[in-house]
Structures are given as structure tokens and as C-alpha cells.
Design a protein around this ligand. Structure first.
Ligand SMILES: [Zn+2]
Length: 391
């Protein structure tokens, strides 16, 4: 069985070992500091005999290193080095995850952890419910206080039946064996974990939560950054925030309220616009061509749902509709209950002349053109084509 150096001392990243077996690109050693991944943390990378280790995985009791192009043989003594910057970042990330979830749990005692993920370019914890940004801010402050306090991170083992385990965050159903490895961070956090952590929280430098996204039925993924990455991202986001505040003409402390008011106002205006559009199309008078009622209109704004509904309603009652809606670009909709009008081909013909395109079926087609100021000309051209088809 391989000696797992990372379990004894996660700070060892250069070591000598003997090759125990070779299978094509795959090499096993008598001892390794390469973490094969697990507990949400990605595997290590590095070099063996100066060659890149491109993957490390567990295989039974062994750890297998993928080393393309090697010529090692069983019994060889080899010099190995783990990509330390990458690993150290994950150790800091893993420790930060303990602090972050611990702090979230102090804020929301009923919160549960679903999954963690720690890799160089992505670190997150999935929790079983949504958490307000205000709660996240308080948790983040607490985490960074723990980083400033430079707390000791210690590992110990406890018996599965130890009553003291009550005070330890642990998913006992996920732990094999009778002994539980417990990681304590100062007196602020204790959790069962056999992963790799830093010795002191000051090594984390800083923790920033920079994203919260739905993880579907699992809950919400709270993404965070550590170290210089967290500091750089904090500054970048602070600057973006100040630019937004400047555009809104408000102060940072009022920005959230101001943004909420703008959104509320915008939602209400969109609703009013929809109502107005619906009323406009409902009040249209058709002209009759070849016995078929033809509705046509240039609309000042585009709302796909409202206009599509109106076009379908007109078609279902035996008519033809042509709508040209303005906005940043021109949007055009044609519907027809008459087989004589081929909506798709007429629309395509006309829009092509105006640098646009469209598509659909015989009875309904939609498309667009870049210049909304052509709305009247496009509408008249379409109307002429429809009338020709109906005569
Ligand atoms: Zn851990």
C-alpha cells in the first residue's frame, strides 16, 4: 500500500520515491505527495523525473500517476515534485470553505451543506437553500476576521462514539471506519474532514464571495476566491460598483436601494408598455382585400409575446396581419389564414432588400432588419405583396 505523504504533512511537495509498477503511461510509487483528489478537492499535478504528471487518481489502495512519454521501470528511484502553487491555493481554499460554511451556519443554523468543490480556477460550496447577500456579507466579514486573527488549524482524531462529536460538523453517513478526523480552526470551527488545509488561517490572505448561482434541486452554489485572487477580484468589483454608482448618480451606501427602485420602475413601465401595445393592436381596423381582413401597423416598440399573440389571434379568425415594430432594430411579424399568402417567402424577399432576414412557415413568419427607421417602407412593401397575393 502506498504511503500517502500528503496525509502526514501536506507541506511536503518534493520527494523521492521508488516506482512500484508501470502500466503504459501510468506509474505507481511506494510513497506519494500527489493528492489523487477527493472530498471535493481536485487532484494535484506536477512532475516526476522532469516529466509532466497530467493526472493522478486513486485505484484501490494505490495512487496512479499519469506520466505521458516516460520510460520508468519498477524499482527506479524517482524525484517528484507537486505543483506547489496550485496545491497551496487549494489548501487555502479548502480551509476557507470550512470557515465560510461555519460562518454561514452561525447566521442560518438550519442551513445544510450539499457539496464542495475546490479547484485552482473554481471554488464553491453548494448549500441547500438560498442565502441573502446581506447574510453572505456578515459571514464573509466573520471569515476574514478569522483570517486576520491567524488562527491555528489543527487535525486530530476522535472515536466514532465520542460524545464530543456533537460539537463537530460531520456527515457521519459519509465517514467510513471507527475513527473520525476532525479539523479545528482556533475555537471558531470544528468539522470532520480528511482533506488538506493550511496550518494557520493567515495563510489564506483573504476570502471573497463573488458569485451565487442556482444549483437546481441541490440548492445554491456560493462561489468564493482566496489569497491574492480574492484581493484582486475585490478591487475589480469595487471599481465596477463605483462606476455603476456614478451612472446612477447615487452613493455606494444607497446603491442597493436605488437599483431596487430602478428595477421596480422599469418592471412597471414594461407592463404599461405591454398593455398599451395590446390595446393598440386590439383597436386596429382591417382593410378587406379579396374578402380577407388585412391588419397592418407600425408599432413604436417590440414585445414578442404581445405581437405574436395578436398575430395568431388574427390568423385564427381568418385574417392576415403585418406588424413592423421599432426599437434598437426593426422586428417584423406576418401571419395569414389565407393559403394564397406565403408569409415566410414574402417576409424573406422583403427583408433581404433591407439587409435583414426572416423565416417561419406559410401561415406565420418573423424576422428583423438592422435599421428601425425603415419600418414604414418595410410595412408598405409587405402590404403591397400581401395584397397582390390576395387579389
Ligand atoms: Zn477540509
Amino acid at each position: 500500500m502506498v504511503i500517502r505523504i500528503y496525509d502526514r504533512d501536506p507541506y511536503v511537495f518534493e520527494f523521492e520515491a521508488a516506482v512500484t509498477s508501470v502500466d503504459n503511461e501510468y506509474v505507481t510509487l511506494d510513497a506519494t505527495a500527489f493528492y489523487p483528489g477527493g472530498g471535493g478537492q481536485t487532484n494535484d499535478l506536477g512532475r516526476i523525473c522532469g516529466l509532466d504528471v497530467t493526472d493522478v487518481t486513486s485505484k484501490g489502495d494505490d495512487i496512479v500517476h499519469k506520466v505521458p512519454g516516460h520510460s520508468m521501470r519498477a524499482g527506479d528511484k524517482v524525484w517528484c515534485s507537486v505543483d506547489w502553487e496550485r496545491r497551496y491555493d487549494m489548501m487555502a481554499g479548502h480551509t476557507a470553505e470550512h470557515l465560510l460554511f461555519g460562518a454561514l451556519k452561525r447566521e442560518v443554523p438550519e442551513i445544510g451543506i450539499v457539496k464542495i468543490f475546490i479547484a485552482p480556477d473554481s471554488k464553491y460550496v453548494i448549500v441547500d437553500r438560498d442565502v441573502d447577500w446581506e447574510v453572505i456579507e456578515r459571514a464573509q466579514t466573520s471569515v476574514n476576521m478569522s483570517v486576520i486573527d491567524n488562527l491555528n488549524v489543527t487535525k486530530s482524531t476522535m472515536d466514532r462514539g465520542d460524545p464530543e462529536l456533537e460539537n463537530v460538523r460531520a456527515k457521519m453517513e459519509r465517514i467510513d471506519g471507527s475513527v473520525v478526523t476532525v479539523v479545528e480552526i482556533g475555537d471558531v470551527d470544528a468539522a470532520a474532514c480528511s482533506g488538506m488545509h493550511v496550518r494557520e488561517t493567515g495563510e489564506i490572505t483573504a476570502v471573497l464571495v463573488d458569485r451565487k448561482v442556482s444549483a437546481g434541486k441541490d440548492g445554491y452554489a456560493i462561489h468564493f476566491r482566496v489569497g491574492n485572487d480574492a484581493v484582486a477580484r475585490s478591487m475589480e468589483l469595487a471599481n465596477k460598483c463605483l462606476r455603476i454608482v456614478d451612472i446612477m448618480g447615487t452613493k455606494p451606501e444607497d446603491a442597493v436601494n436605488a437599483a431596487q427602485n430602478i428595477k421596480k420602475d422599469n418592471d412597471a413601465k414594461t407592463e404599461q408598455l405591454r398593455t398599451l401595445l395590446s390595446q393598440t393592436v386590439a383597436g386596429l381596423r382591417p382593410e378587406t382585400v379579396g374578402g380577407v381582413p388585412v391588419f397592418s401597423c407600425v408599432l413604436p416598440v417590440n414585445d414578442r409575446n404581445v405581437i405574436t399573440n395578436a398575430a395568431e389571434k388574427i390568423r385564427s379568425t381568418g385574417g392576415v396581419s403585418i406588424f413592423a415594430a421599432g426599437g434598437d432594430t426593426l422586428s417584423v411579424y406576418v401571419s395569414s389564414a389565407s393559403k394564397n399568402v406565403d408569409c415566410a417567402s414574402i417576409l424573406k424577399d422583403v427583408l433581404t432588400k433591407f439587409g435583414g432576414r426572416g423565416g417561419g412557415k406559410n401561415d406565420f413568419a418573423q424576422g428583423g432588419a438592422p435599421d428601425a427607421s425603415n419600418a414604414d417602407i418595410v410595412l408598405n412593401e409587405l402590404l403591397r405583396r400581401v395584397k397582390d397575393a390576395l387579389k
